[in-house]
Design a protein around this ligand. Structure first.
Ligand code: HEC
Length: 139
């Protein structure tokens, strides 16, 4: 009886582990594609480590723009940003161009990577969320 109980416990445990591993696997391609796209489109300014360039380019590490409201973050990429902003007590005011030419999946991949890597594991952004923000853009 005891042996059976142990067997059942092991079975449940391996099921739980299996589910965890497979959900990690689903996230891996997004993260990998996002990392490559980040290198291609963002790292020249925000740097590979996301720390930006003092007084010129704001950091992405630990900013509220990155880990906070997803809608605002998506709109920054769709519309660019050109207003004075304060990030970690430093003021920045130079324009960032829009990345509207990238598709919904590419933008979702980049932002999922950015939020995981620099936003201490904030949730992923889905292509649908990007699409919803794109629809709201002024024509
Ligand atoms: C040509 C340089 C340049 C590139 C390339 C660039 N940015 Fe920016 N980014 C800036 C600047 C400059 C600002 C500040 C804009 C302002 O002052 O209005 C900014 C602001 C931001 C902000 C809001 C502030 C913060 O630090 O959290 C986010 C988020 C952001 N960029 C993400 C990205 C992502 C993701 C990419 C790649 C798709 C990217 N940027 C590409 C220059 C750049």
């Amino acid at each position: 009886m005891k042996k059976e109980l142990i067997q059942i416990c092991l079975l449940v445990w391996s099921l739980v582990l299996g589910i965890e591993v497979s959900s990690q696997r689903d996230k891996e391609p997004t993260y990998k594609r996002g990392a490559a796209l980040y290198q291609q489109h963002c790292a020249s300014c925000h740097q590979s480590d996301g720390k930006g360039v003092t007084r010129l380019i704001p950091p992405l590490v630990g900013t509220d723009y990155v880990s906070g409201d997803k809608g605002r973050l998506i709109r920054i990429l769709l519309q660019g940003l050109n207003e004075p902003i304060v990030v970690q007590e430093e003021e920045y005011y130079s324009p960032m161009a829009s990345f509207q030419h990238l598709n919904d999946i590419q933008l979702a991949d980049i932002l999922s990577f950015v939020r995981t890597r620099f936003g201490s594991g904030a949730s992923f952004v889905t292509p649908k969320e990007v699409q919803q923000q794109r629809k709201k853009l002024p024509k």
